[in-house]
Design a binder for this molecule. Structure first.
Ligand code: AQP
Length: 342
């Protein structure tokens, strides 16, 4: 089976963007691929964060994976920091990463501009090297990526090729390596269209955990009242009728897309159902669809969180399984790079 890895940062509450753009797709992928889904807690400290919240958010994120339908009889679920090889490989990779590659990263430029000099730690710059480590450790065939992660995956691919070239040549073959490849070069897996969910208060920016206003997103654990209120107050327009893909109506496109994704209907079905509606009729429809879809997830989440020994067990098993694969790769890299092994 081809292998896929993916993860979400425990930096806040998981929202509809994380769900429709990532977690929901995993549920199908786990049936076809060998999958490893982790909670990327080491990435969550690249900007100032609350130490009181990190472990709580990590557990909650793991519980949400399961509540959304990640099935641990098919997929491995674990916490990134529980598998030490991630950080170790990152150091080895960083020795071969030209600093110019990292300076070029758009996300670094944007996040560092927003954060201000005092808050820009080295980790914000080297984040993509850790991401490369997350992927290459597992010899992943595919990585599901949204638009904003494409550049980081490209860097991962270049880094894999560079390491294969620098250390995977004849020396590697003598050590028994096959075809000179230390790392498999992963391919991007572009999620189905419409997977970019935009903010409820400004449809030109993406729905995001770190946006200051909670009104801008639907969190997976929002109650019925909160969802109703957020949809009631979300930004709309004064055109008549509803339509997809009109560049002058980003809010309309976003809300229809959310409705489409959450109901599983086709675009055409949504057009036929909604084109003559006004906001007053569409908003309750969208609210009900969201509440109906999220309710069973919230029930399962509450069950999982009521017995955290179950969750701890899942995470321990997941980490053990992941570490077996990760340690094999890591040992090969140490060997190829010429380290004295114990
Ligand atoms: N708005 C979105 N629409 C579609 N997909 C999204 N993802 C995030 N936001 C949207 C996808 O969720 C996965 C996990 O993302 P992450 O935890 O690495 O966080 P992020 O991409 O940086 O976005 P967030 O959740 O808004 O966090 P902050 O505010 O901290 O930046 C990824 O697969 C991502 O594509």
């Amino acid at each position: 089976k081809k292998r896929i890895v993916s993860g979400v940062q425990p930096t806040g509450s998981i929202h509809l963007g994380n769900y429709l753009g990532a977690i929901k797709n995993w549920i199908d992928l786990q049936n076809t691929y060998e999958t490893l889904f982790f909670i990327v807690d080491l990435h969550a400290i690249t900007l100032p964060y609350d130490t009181q919240q990190l472990s709580k958010a990590t557990k909650e994120t793991a519980a949400l994976y399961l509540a959304c339908g990640v099935d641990t009889s098919k997929a491995s679920v674990f916490v990134q920091s529980h598998v030490r090889a991630h950080v170790e490989l990152m150091w080895l990779l960083s020795s071969a990463t030209p600093i110019g590659w990292l300076n070029r990263m758009i996300q670094f430029k944007e996040k560092s501009r927003k954060a201000g000099d005092e808050n820009v730690g080295v980790a914000l710059l080297t984040y993509p090297v850790l991401m490369a480590s997350d992927i290459l450790l597992y010899q992943s065939d595919f990585v599901p990526v949204g638009e904003d992660q494409k550049q980081h995956l490209e860097l991962t691919r270049e880094l894999a090729e560079r390491i294969n070239y620098l250390y995977g040549g004849r020396k590697w073959k003598k050590l028994g390596g096959r075809g000179g490849a230390i790392f498999k070069v992963p391919e991007p897996l572009i999620p189905p269209t419409g997977a970019r969910v935009m903010s409820l208060t400004d449809a030109l920016s993406k729905m995001s955990k770190s946006a200051p206003s909670d009104q801008s997103r639907i969190n997976l654990l929002d109650s019925k009242d909160v969802i109703t209120n957020k949809i009631k107050r979300c930004k709309t327009d004064s055109f008549s009728g509803l339509e997809f893909d009109n560049p002058e109506r980003p809010e309309c496109n976003n809300l229809l897309s959310i409705y489409q994704l959450i109901t599983g209907k086709s675009k055409q079905e949504v057009v036929e159902e909604c084109q003559d509606m006004n906001w007053g009729t569409f908003k309750p429809l969208l609210t009900d669809a969201l509440v109906d879809h999220l309710h069973p997830i919230q029930v399962r989440y509450a069950e999982i969180m009521s017995d955290t020994t179950y969750l701890d067990k899942i995470l321990t098993e997941g980490a053990n399984k992941a570490a077996t694969i990760a340690d094999t790769t890591l040992n090969n890299v140490y060997q190829a790079m010429g380290f004295l092994r114990r």
